[in-house]
Design a protein around this ligand. Sequence first.
Ligand code: NI
Length: 189
Amino acid sequence: MLWIWQNDRMSAKIVGVGIRKVTQLGHPVLRKTLRRLTPEEIRSAEIQRLIQEMAVTMAEYDGVGIAGNQVGEDLSVFVMGLPKGTKRHPDGIALTVVFNPVIRPIGDDFEEDWEGCLSVPELRGMVRRHKKLELIGYGPDGKPFKKIYEGFPARVVQHETDHLNGLVYLDRMDGLKTLAYMNEMGRRG
Ligand code: NI
C-alpha cells in the first residue's frame, strides 16, 4: 500500500490521496449499521483508495482511529494507527485496516479511561471498556484478519467497531457527569 509514516507522522501528501471531511454527530450516517463488504469488494480499486483516504484523514485530524461512516461512507471498515512516542500511548499502534470487524471479549476485566472522537469534537468522557479482546474481520488484502488486543489498542478497537454499529462513545458512558471540554480540562490539569 502507498501510505507511509514520515517523521513519526503519517504523510498526508501522498499524490492523489485526498483528505476527507469528517462527519460530525447529527449526520445520519453516524447512526447507521454499516454494510459489510465481500473480499472481492475489499480488493477493488475504489475501496483501496478509500482506505488510503481514511488513513491520511485520520493522520491529518490527529486521530487514533477512523470509521467508514466518519468519512461519510456506509461501509463496515475502520483504520487505526498511532506513531510511537506519543503521550497517549508511547508504544504506538501499527497502522491497521479491518473490514467487517467483530469483537470477542477475553476475560471479565474492564478498564475505565477518557475517550474522544473526531465526530464529537472538543469533548472527552470516561468510558468503561473490555480490557482484552480478540478482533476478527478481513484485512485490506481481503484475507481473514484475527488479532488479540489489550489495553489502549483494545479500547480503540471497541470505539471504532461501535461506530460501524451506529454507536458513539457517549452511548457507552455511565451517565454524562464526566463529559468535559478538553480546553477546560487542560486549564485545570
Ligand atoms: Ni470516534
